[in-house]
Design a binder for this molecule. Sequence first.
Ligand code: GAL
Length: 370
Amino acid sequence: MKKGWKWLSLTLLVTIFAVFMAACSQTTGGGSGSVDVGIVLPTKDEPRWVQDEQRFKEALADSDYTTEILFSQGSSAKEKENVETLLNKGIKVLIICPHDGDAAAAAVEAAKKDGVTVISYDRLITNTDAVDYYVTFDSVAVGAAQGQYLVDNVSGSDVPLYLYAGAASDNNAFLFFEGAWNVLQPKIADGTFKVANSSEAEALKDKAMLSRDEMSKILGQVTTNWDPNEAINKAQTHLTAVGADLKGDVAVLAPNDGTARSIADVFASDGDVSSYIVTGQDAEKASIQYVIDGKQSMTVFKDVRTLVTDAMGMAVSILDGDTPETTGSYNNGSVDVNAKQTDVIVVNQENVQKELIDSGYYEASEFEGL
Ligand code: GAL
């Protein structure tokens, strides 16, 4: 009898323990708040996004809220999986930079169904109403700054102009191109530049404002897909295809630093190119070294600290039950998304010390020849 009781109490204990464990795993897995803010970034393969992760970690060091950062490694399927993982951890706010703006709609629609507030980060998620807010840099201004740099640093006429662009799956690629076109088009039309590598751009050279479809046609010829290797291949192909009249002193619109370094290397190794001006953006460390060394002409510095502060500021307002502050809106093809936008800074050899070292963004010791 005594033995029986002992056995029974043991069984009872085991059962209670099992029920307790099941309840616990439901708490973490079933959405009752182990992570407050989920952050999904596109890829670790580009220094730009590793920089964002780093800046998030610095900003979150003494946050009262719990966060988790996941990378999608250039895959919309992985991105959706990441969002589902975070939903299972009970997030209330999702900060997401989509790999592909259209394809990310499914992931954020799942988040909205769970009552999560969605903040599109740097890149806009398009053609869905499941986006609540957008934090971004002024991307049209990025492209305009790139175009203006080329205009300001060439002389004469018929300067060969090589155009490159980002991935068509990224809404920003259109904004950058639009900004650059606004500045470059009048100078192509008046004969300052001669487009060297896009028959579509050449055909549209008298049009000040391009439709999205028209830009798509140009991007179809000159996209890098944000991939440095694709940029190398395209640049090589273009330089092989042109005659000597489209070499000499040339201007190159490169959309970001990763592709700028690749394209710069190709142009530098062509004996018939006597000089090149090449743009960039992101102020990646490797490109800052290129700027110092005179291998990349400029970069557009987008202070990721500000973007992170804005995104987390919004998330905290939402968690606190307040309405985040916004400064305007972007139409994503389905709805107007309230947005907070940050300015950008043009950096070249002259102000690199002031903007990137004196500002505390990077350490002088990370570079040579400053
Ligand atoms: C853009 C982003 C840029 C650049 C590019 C490639 O959307 O705004 O900073 O990094 O993607 O990842």
